[in-house]
Design a binder for this molecule. Sequence first.
Ligand code: ZN
Length: 99
Amino acid sequence: MDYTFHTRIRRVLRDFKKHYKVHEIEITDTEETYLVTGGTQDYTVKLIFDEEERLKEWSCTCPDFTTKTHGYCKHIIGVLYHTGREFMILPKLIEEIKG
Ligand SMILES: [Zn+2]
């Protein structure tokens, strides 16, 4: 993790905290579903964990996630941060996200 990474992630999170809210929809041992509100539209973020609580799969219903190739969006970053799991984010992928 370098300075650029920290700067970018901080910018994404600052924007997220200012404008968005995370609502728990369903939480089970391995799957968590959240509704993210505050943007032009509400989006659903889904996180799937393995038995060792490592992030296995993730998805978001926003256009950024479904049309871009980096595999993350600010909603997923925001939800991970909101739940204290930002360490699970891969720095290399985050660098591709536009603030
Ligand atoms: Zn999204």
